[in-house]
Design a protein around this ligand. Structure first.
Ligand code: ADP
Length: 490
């Protein structure tokens, strides 16, 4: 193949390091199932398998007005959700980017910031209520208890690993996604939020602590077509994680399964897997030099190893490192054919300098000479004169990294499908997904499905039964539904 340009040949060599063949998918699924069982049987396992204390998933008939707060990876949102009881809802929201400095500060600073967002939201969107209740009290200087009907129930979506001990109680296990606020670790995050809310004297009760994946599952189950109960809610955004419906009797680490806290005797409970930490010991996860070098630069080396190969926070950086490696290959002469160069201040030289949205842009460019890629390289990375072959080489790298991420995503999805036994008994198994990666990366779902077919116990017949839907506004409406279920369970 002397006809293959050297740069493309070199890119293809690097891309091959990201291959994740069918045999490895199968090995991954087996290991994931082992780690699922281990996590259900004891504390401190690799997969945390955190009980949510939510024992019912919605069927679309739920009604009422609820508040939700979502502390995600990148943004913080406050919303109110009107559930209409017919699988539809109306959602009003304020969204702000979380200032970087609040990701590395003290817990009180972060939670005061959030309570302030709730107050601003109520004043803006529920002004009548705000004036009649909150402002009146402030003017009168009273601080007696709010009446029950004046209080909003709030579902708090907190997308970090929490040791949940009740439907609205849970202590933070560790930060992920670049957050590092040491004094919050080990504290009850609902209490931290409720304290900040009470300091502002707002009529808001934190009723449910909801992982974003649990919210995605609840939202999808409320909105999904038909009466099928959704099995799994999965996030592929800044981070990656999933929550699924497990048989209560399998959750052997909960000592007393007859505890009155499970008022609804459904025999089921939603489990938050925290699959971002799947295989931290690297028994089965594929590992390239780029993965190793990236890990060292993170705030939590050796932890969240699955997430670091799959989610939006990291794929851009894996790509940056592989482009630099290609650039350093003297045979490749990347970006040099047209006398081009990388400016010294290019984001390509900066740690975390490539956003994962760039991967979607590259994968989506089907123009004959890959103009969109070249334009972005010039505009966003100060790289002039990238030839069509250069762009194609970058695309080869992107494709390899994106496809590996999607095929890896099929490991937990496949494992949970198999463990549920639903493929044997049901015609449709519903899965809700959310996150920019699964929503915008071209064919991400398609690559997941390909890998699912590679699992012999699922195969083509099983994969066909899987119905995947984007659960829009999952963390908002899902949190509202969790607050509703929480009040029912009380
Ligand atoms: P979060 O997970 O923080 O709630 P998102 O689901 O929007 O929010 O995920 C944000 C992550 O997705 C970031 O890491 C960002 O780099 C990445 N991202 C943003 N836009 C895109 C896109 N078009 N394609 C792929 N990834 C994207």
């Amino acid at each position: 193949p002397s006809s293959i340009p050297p740069v493309l040949a070199a890119a293809t060599r690097i891309a091959r390091e990201f291959d994740y063949p069918a045999s490895e998918v199968r090995r991954g699924v087996k290991e994931f199932i082992n780690q699922m069982h281990e996590g259900l049987s004891k504390e401190g396992a690799t997969l945390n398998q955190i009980p949510s204390y939510i024992t019912a998933v919605p069927d679309g008939s739920e009604k009422g007005l609820y508040l939700a707060v979502d502390l995600g990876g990148t943004n913080s949102r406050v919303c109110s959700i009107e559930l209409h009881g017919d699988s539809t809802f109306a959602l009003t929201q304020n969204k702000v980017a979380i200032p970087r400095e609040l990701m590395v500060c003290t817990s009180s600073k972060l939670f005061i910031f959030i309570a302030g967002q709730i107050e601003a939201f109520l004043e803006q969107h529920h002004n009548e209520h705000f004036e009649a209740h909150v402002l009146k009290r402030r003017l009168a200087g009273t601080r007696e208890e709010y009446k029950d009907e004046e209080v909003f129930d709030l579902g708090f979506t907190f997308s970090f690993p929490v040791n949940q001990v009740g439907i609205n109680r849970g202590t933070l296990i560790r930060w992920t996604k670049g957050f590092s606020i040491p004094d919050a670790v080990g504290k009850d995050v609902c209490e931290l939020l409720q304290t900040a809310i009470d300091d502002l004297d707002l009529p808001v009760r934190v009723s449910a602590l909801v992982n974003d994946t649990v919210g995605t599952l609840m939202a999808r189950s409320y909105t999904a077509p038909g009466k099928t109960e959704t099995l799994l809610g999965a996030i592929f955004g800044t981070g990656t994680n999933g929550a699924y419906v497990e048989k209560l009797s399998n959750i052997t680490k909960i000592a007393d399964l007859t505890d009155t806290r499970y008022a609804i005797p459904t025999g089921k409970m939603v489990i938050n897997t925290e699959w971002g930490s799947f295989d931290n010991h690297l028994n089965v996860l594929p590992t390239t030099t780029f993965d190793r070098e990236l890990d060292v630069e993170t705030v939590n080396p050796g932890i969240q190893m699955f997430e670091k190969r799959v989610s939006g926070m990291f794929l851009g950086e894996i790509l940056r490192r592989s482009i630099l490696s290609l650039f350093c290959d003297p045979t490749a002469k990347l970006f040099q054919s047209a006398g081009g160069s990388i400016a010294p201040d290019s984001a390509l030289y900066k740690l975390w300098g490539i956003d994962t949205s760039f991967l979607s842009l590259v994968e989506a460019d089907v123009t004959p000479d890959l103009r969109v890629i070249a334009d972005s390289l010039r505009k966003d990375f100060n790289i002039d004169g990238a030839s069509a072959i250069d762009c194609q080489s970058v695309k080869v790298l992107v494709h390899a990294i994106g496809k590996r991420a999607a095929r890896l995503s099929a490991v937990p999805v496949g494992a949970i499908l198999l463990e549920s036994g639903k493929l044997e008994t049901e015609d449709v198994v519903d899965i809700g997904v959310d996150g920019s990666l699964v929503e915008y990366y071209p064919n991400f779902q398609g690559y997941i499905r390909e890998a699912l077919r590679d699992i012999p116990e699922i195969g083509e017949a099983g994969e066909k039964k899987v119905q995947i839907g984007i659960a829009k506004d999952g963390s908002g409406v899902g949190a509202a539904l969790s607050a509703l279920v929480a009040r029912k369970e009380e």
